[in-house]
Design a protein around this ligand. Structure first.
Ligand SMILES: Nc1ncnc2c1ncn2[C@@H]1O[C@H](COP(=O)(O)OP(=O)(O)OP(=O)(O)O)[C@@H](O)[C@H]1O
Ligand SMILES: [Mg+2]
Length: 308
């Protein structure tokens, strides 16, 4: 299963994810070499989704560690359930357990709160779990150093219990939006893959897969319009998530092709900053719509860009 690059592309597509060859190759290599895959790219280009789809394709579990500033080892690895421990001690006291014996069992598995990294290390299959370490750039550098250790040997030591070694190394996906550079030492342990905004053909395939019922004319025009938009200097350029939202919105409104009023009214699906919306008005907006409407799919899919 998933032994070739083509098979990865096919299975991913069946799971609703369009992977181009270079991405599918990285997934293939990550599996064969047993290395984590490190995905970087603009927001909304499919980094998190890849891990979700991989878990679906493997028929396994997605174990997600969402990173944020201040994330520490306890939130990532394990914590002791202090409340249960306290209760246990009180109950033992009430039962009249001998003083020296009270609380002897409270540092055992029963009182452990498993967090994502421990869950991943203890995972036993049958298929490998997918460990998603999402938005690592948001975590502090100390956490990154700690992660480096875990990813190197996939074992965790809990002083009161002992060392737990992974029986089945998970498929690890790390993602970053590049709000800061991730340390080279971490990148070195991973296969690095940059995910760019999709070309028109890829975006078209994604829209057709994710928005069933959308007509060719509208989907082609949306893709061309998105391509034009991404050539602009916006504060936040729209990703695939925005194209999909827009496509769904237009379909829900019964629109068959782009027109100035409807685009102006639905621009909020694409541009989430007032300053960006203000940039795309008047002549500029009309030109982008005209270029998109003139777009002839077969002829222009590979064609050059027409800046607006
Ligand atoms: N290649 C793809 N095939 C199918 N759907 C895709 C693809 N890329 C992105 N999507 C869709 O786009 C949306 C955004 O994807 P996702 O959340 O993975 O982006 P992201 O890169 O993790 O963004 P962020 O950095 O904001 O977290 C999802 O709804 C996902 O289904
Ligand atoms: Mg994401």
């Amino acid at each position: 299963m998933l032994d070739t690059i083509e098979e990865i592309q096919t299975r991913f597509e069946a799971g609703g994810y369009i992977a181009d060859r270079s991405l599918a190759t990285s997934v293939h290599l990550a599996r064969t070499l047993g290395k984590p895959i490190f995905l970087e790219g603009e927001p909304g280009v499919g980094k998190t989704e890849l891990a979700k789809v991989m878990a679906g394709v493997l028929g396994s579990e997605l174990i997600r560690l969402q990173c944020y500033e201040g994330l520490d080892v306890h939130n990532a690895l394990y914590e002791w359930n202090y409340l249960r421990q306290l209760l246990e001690v009180r109950m033992q006291e009430a039962r009249g357990v001998e003083k020296g014996q009270i609380g002897r069992n409270i540092f055992s598995d029963e009182f452990l709160l498993e967090r994502p990294l421990l869950r991943a290390v203890r995972w036993e299959g049958p298929a490998p779990a997918v460990l998603l370490i999402d938005e690592i750039d948001r975590a502090d550098e100390e956490f990154e150093a700690f992660l480096l250790e875990v990813l190197s040997d996939f074992q965790i030591t809990i002083p009161e219990i002992g060392t737990i070694k992974s029986r089945q190394t998970p498929f690890v996906v790390l993602t970053s939006n590049r709000t800061r550079e991730v340390h080279d030492a971490l990148k070195r342990r991973c296969l690095y893959q940059w995910i760019d905004y999709p070309d028109m053909e890829k975006e078209w395939r994604i829209i057709c897969t994710k928005v069933p019922g959308i007509g060719d004319q509208l989907s082609f025009q949306i893709c061309r319009f998105m391509e034009l938009l991404r050539e602009e200097e916006f504060y936040k350029r729209p990703g695939i998530a925005e194209s999909l939202d827009w496509a769904r919105a237009l379909l829900a409104l019964g629109i068959e092709e782009l027109a100035p009023d409807i685009v102006a009214d639905t621009l909020s699906c694409l541009l989430k900053y007032k300053s960006d919306q203000e940039k795309l008005t008047g002549e500029r907006l009309l030109k982008a719509i005209a270029v998109s409407r003139n777009f002839k799919a077969g002829l222009t899919l590979a064609g050059g860009s027409t800046a607006i």
